[in-house]
Write a protein that binds this ligand. Structure first.
Ligand code: MLT
Ligand code: MN
Ligand code: ZN
Length: 305
């Protein structure tokens, strides 16, 4: 299978339009070692013809242009995106669905019932899109047996609930329920290789840890370096964990967990917030990741498994 990173930044992208934190400022000024990034999305395929889009970012049109495999040009109106799967109902993962409204058929959309609920209430995207292409909703199951997606052959999916948070607009914000946020193991049915993808991971619960240990590659939450990063910058009043993102550094942080994985497991951080010092390739934090054998996803990165 091939996984192509379309967008490696968290909500807001990098640089964020209204942000002048040291990273955004340096990136905007073109300083070497800070590359711009669009908002969170990957696409995956086993046959390199039929692609599953994970999340639909506000930057999706630019992302599709940047990856020609998604436009095979077989007909006047065409796309290689056969279905979309949502990890959660956050703005940065769903707004791109509006940009796909010219689709010729109802969009095949896989998401948990709770995500669908948020997308018909707090943010009524399902209702709005019904006036355009419409949505062909497929209820995403958390059953450990997993599921296949017929339009994207050669892959098997197992979703598991993550303790994170529902979007700020959700009727159950701060009362997370299983299914609000998921992690997904994608298995290539021919090779048995597994990719674990979880761009929003707030807490390392045993089933999540088991899925990470079973994967050949983990592509996981790299939002913030420190628990109080946004607070110290004056950018937010919330801690990393309160936003549903396990920070990298500190006790119980992502680095400690990744350290426990076998050396052979490819470790990649994704969904990186613009304030995170790892975005600066010359930073001490980035050098620490390199020492630990951890990679930082970038737009256009390809993972071959
Ligand atoms: C999050 O995952 O917390 C988001 O990136 C928030 C957002 O989209 O603003
Ligand atoms: Mn996000
Ligand atoms: Zn910034």
């Amino acid at each position: 299978m091939k996984a192509h990173v379309l967008g490696s930044a968290a909500g807001g992208g990098f640089p964020q339009w209204n942000c002048n934190c040291p990273n955004c400022d340096a990136c905007r000024k073109g300083r070497k070692g800070l590359r711009s990034r669009t908002q969170s999305s990957i696409t995956v395929s086993a046959d390199l013809e039929n692609w599953l889009l994970f999340n639909a970012s506000p930057d999706i049109l630019q992302q599709i242009r940047s990856f020609p495999a998604l436009q095979p040009a077989r007909a006047l109106r065409d796309t290689a995106i056969r279905a979309v799967l949502l990890m959660d109902a956050q703005i940065d993962h769903t707004t791109g669905l509006y940009m796909l409204r010219e689709h010729r058929q109802p969009l095949e959309l896989w998401c948990h019932a709770l995500v669908r609920e948020d997308l018909t209430s707090g943010n009524p995207l399902f209702k709005v899109l019904a006036h355009y292409c419409g949505i062909n909703w497929q209820a995403l199951s958390l059953d450990q047996a997993g599921f296949g997606i017929a339009s994207v052959p050669g892959l098997h999916f197992t979703a598991l609930p993550l303790l994170s948070n529902a979007p700020p607009y959700s009727p159950h914000r701060d009362q997370p329920q299983p299914g609000d946020n998921i992690g997904v193991t994608i298995t290539d049915t021919a090779t048995g290789k597994r990719l674990f993808y979880a761009p929003g991971l707030g807490q390392m619960e045993p089933p999540v840890w088991a899925a990470m240990q079973a994967a050949d590659c983990v592509l996981v939450d790299g939002t913030l370096w420190t628990e109080d990063e946004m607070i110290r910058l004056g950018a937010s009043k919330k801690t990393s964990r309160a936003m549903g993102h396990l920070p990298q550094s500190g006790p119980g942080g992502m680095l400690e967990w990744l350290e426990e994985l076998p050396r052979s497991t490819r470790k990649v951080l994704i969904h990186i917030n613009n304030t995170n010092p790892i975005l600066d390739e010359d930073s001490a934090q980035r050098q620490e990741l390199t020492r630990r054998g951890i990679e930082v996803a970038y737009d256009g990165m390809e993972l071959d498994l």
